[in-house]
Design a protein around this ligand. Sequence first.
Ligand SMILES: *[C@@H]1O[C@H](CO)[C@@H](O)[C@H](O)[C@H]1NC(C)=O
Length: 175
Amino acid sequence: MASYYAMALLCMLAFSISGATALDDNVLQTTLYIKQSFAQDQRSGGTDIAIINWPIKDGPGAAANTIGHAEGLTTQADPAKKPFWVTIMDMVFEDGSLAGSSLEVMGLHSSKNVNNGQGQWSVMGGTGELTMARGIINYNITQEDSASRTFELCIFVYYTPLEGIMALGDIGRKP
Ligand SMILES: *[C@@H]1O[C@H](CO)[C@@H](O)[C@H](O)[C@H]1NC(C)=O
């Protein structure tokens, strides 16, 4: 009898926990490009640190539109792993269908000749339409020379728009 009640209680608990944390998940799956120009759109922030403002493009070529900027910094944190940069950036969208939103992104990259120029960055948050964003960016360095580097970004992100959770006026409301 006691174990029956314990099980019933556990079931109720499981139900209420999953009910309370269910998010209205949306998926953003898109391919975008970042153009890194070493003498432009970035400046030194000290030894092994560059402050970045890389344009985000909607295509790989010169004719592509700039739809935002990757703002943040990139640093060679581990001297033993010298060709690797860790980048911490806010991908701010200013034009196109994502205008007004942003993604918070972090991860390592090297050059085209390391790991075939491929790797992953994690997406840990977002704003605007992309609130509660979490996911992954698989990147491929598709172009690199002494002046620039182009990243192709395959973005896969779950997000929950703010209006699905609460209105701005509800913040601070007493339970
Ligand atoms: C990465 O980019 C290079 C250069 O454009 C291309 O040859 C290669 O197929 C790409 N790899 C993937 C997995 O997309």
